[in-house]
Structure formats: structure tokens, C-alpha cells
Design a protein around this ligand. Structure first.
Ligand code: IPD
Length: 279
């Protein structure tokens, strides 16, 4: 069957590579750090510049009228974050901004593409490692052009699980996050990890380095691309209550299998977050 989004997919890979090169270059000079929602929610001129480069290139290539854009920094500046049926690019120019600021070596460019509210493809470029993860619906997942697959571990006691604590440091939320992590750690699992970028975390699930990644508080731009990559690598996505995954809900479990996902879900202490499309 004819691939209707081939041109968009190939262009997304090209743009992600270009954006990654910009980030690497910017990391060599002094980084000017600003804050968004709170003192630990960091943003830099690079986040803003790289988002402009990505969206500018996409608009030039595909026109403004037919395609929509949801970009982390544009939303931070007040643009709407609503997913419609129109072809929509969902972009995090620098996923792992805190890592970027500190020189912690995991930073990713994340570009997802949805049509009729369904994700069609995802590109995650882990630019400091030079790893290009990509997947198109129904076509498998790849890292630097090699096929990738989730792990076949079904025993939670033989798993590594990733979670993150995000930027909301209200004591009630932090208590729930760490209580969940404690319960999972004490199952016991082999280990708990976190790379500091949700997009990279999902790629680690996709390539079988870990069995699952879950988080409450992530945004659609952190996970849109990774969601396609995990699914195409044979994994699955669920809501933290075991229901269907909802891209705008800011809650997600991505796992190699339903067995691992359900075991984690049993331990997750859910706390409320405002949906992306209600921000
Ligand atoms: C953050 C990272 C982090 C996750 C946060 C995200 P950003 O994205 O993905 O791993 O825990 O929830 O907001 O701000 O670096 O683009």
C-alpha cells in the first residue's frame, strides 16, 4: 500500500538530525538558563531557537494551512495545545533540558506526527549519543537503521523499570512518586533507572534495555514520538490505571508486555494532573 506520510517521515528524520547538531553546538558555549512554571522547570535559548528551526522548516516544506503544530516552547508562550483531526506535528525540541543545562549526556529531539488523532510516526534523536530512533505505524522500529525490539522478560523480578519525578515538587506528589518507586523497588526488581528524558526512556523500552517506563506529569510532546517507537518495537502503552493510553492525559505506562505493565500499575499511586488540552 502507498505510504501517505513517507515524505513527512523522511523530512522529520532530516530535521531532527539538524536540530540535534544545533543542540550539540550550543552545548559547547555558555548556556543561558531561564525558568518556566517553577524554579526547577528549566528552559534555555536553545530550546526556543531549536523549536523555531524545526517548526520553521516544517512550515516551509509542508505549508502552514493544512498542518498543525504543538511545540513545547510555543505552548509555554501561550499557544493552544489541542489535538484535532488535522495532520499535527508534536514537538519537543530539547527533551531533557535539565540534562542539557548540566551536561548530563542524554538529550533528545522528539518529533511525533498524528492524523485524525492517531499517531502515524515518531522520530527521537538522542543527539549526544548520536542515536536516531524512528518508527512508522505498521513498519517496525529502528535505531540507526537497525531493527529494535522490546525485551521478552515477563518476570517483574528480572526487570529494570524507569520512572522520573518531573518538575512538580509539591510534597504530596513527591511522596506519592517515591512511595510508588519504593514499592516497585521492593518487589524487588533488578533496578530502577531514569535518563532524564522521557523520549529516550521510551526508546530504552523499545530497544529492550529496560522493561517499562511510567510517569505521571509528562506532556504529549515528551511521549508522542516514543509512543510509536515503543508500539512498533512490540511494546504497549496504557494509562496508569490500566485503561487505554491517552496522549493528552499526561499519564503513561509503556512496557514490553501486558504482564509487566499490569504488575507496575498495581503499585502506582495516582495523583491528579491537569490534562495538556486543558492547560
Ligand atoms: C522532561 C523530561 C523528563 C520528564 C519530565 C519532562 P523537558 O522534559 O522528559 O524526563 O520527567 O516530565 O517534562 O522539560 O526536558 O523537555
Amino acid at each position: 500500500m502507498e505510504d501517505p506520510w513517507k515524505r513527512e517521515f523522511e523530512f522529520a528524520v532530516e530535521v531532527a538530525r539538524k536540530a540535534g547538531a544545533e543542540i550539540r553546538k550550543a552545548g559547547e558555549s555558555e548556556i543561558r538558563v531561564m525558568t518556566k512554571s517553577c524554579t526547577v522547570d528549566l528552559v534555555t535559548k536553545t530550546d526556543e531557537r531549536v523549536e523555531k528551526i524545526i517548526i520553521g522548516s516544517l512550515k516551509e516544506e509542508f505549508g502552514e494551512g493544512t498542518h498543525c503544530f504543538i511545540g513545547e516552547e510555543s505552548v509555554a508562550k501561550g499557544e493552544a495545545c489541542v489535538l484535532t483531526d488535522k495532520p499535527t506535528w508534536i514537538i519537543d525540541p530539547v527533551d531533557g533540558t535539565t540534562n542539557f543545562v548540566h551536561g548530563f549526556p542524554f538529550v533528545a529531539v522528539s518529533i511525533g506526527f498524528a492524523v485524525n488523532k492517531e499517531l502515524e510516526f515518531g522520530v527521537v534523536y538522542s543527539c549526544l549519543e548520536d542515536k536516531m530512533y524512528k518508527a512508522q505505524k505498521g513498519k517496525g522500529a529502528f535505531c540507526n537503521d537497525e531493527p529494535i525490539q522490546v525485551s521478552d522478560v515477563q518476570d517483574i523480578k528480572k526487570s529494570i523499570i524507569i520512572s522520573e519525578h518531573g518538575v512538580d515538587r509539591s510534597p504530596e506528589k513527591v511522596t506519592k512518586i517515591f512511595s510508588t518507586m519504593q514499592k516497585i523497588l521492593c518487589i524487588p526488581v533488578h533496578g530502577l533507572r531514569g535518563s532524564g528524558t522521557a523520549a529516550t526512556n521510551m526508546c530504552l523500552v523499545a530497544c529492550g534495555a529496560v522493561e517499562a517506563f511510567f510517569e505521571i506529569g509528562i506532556h504529549c510532546w515528551d511521549i508522542a514520538a516514543g509512543a510509536v517507537i515503543v508500539k512498533e518495537a512490540g511494546g504497549l502503552l496504557l494509562d496508569v490505571n490500566g485503561g487505554p493510553f491517552d496522549l493528552m492525559s499526561r499519564r503513561m505506562v509503556s512496557a514490553n508486555s501486558d504482564t509487566i505493565a499490569q504488575r507496575i500499575i498495581k503499585e502506582i499511586e495516582i495523583f491528579p494532573v491537569v490534562r495538556d488540552d486543558a492547560l
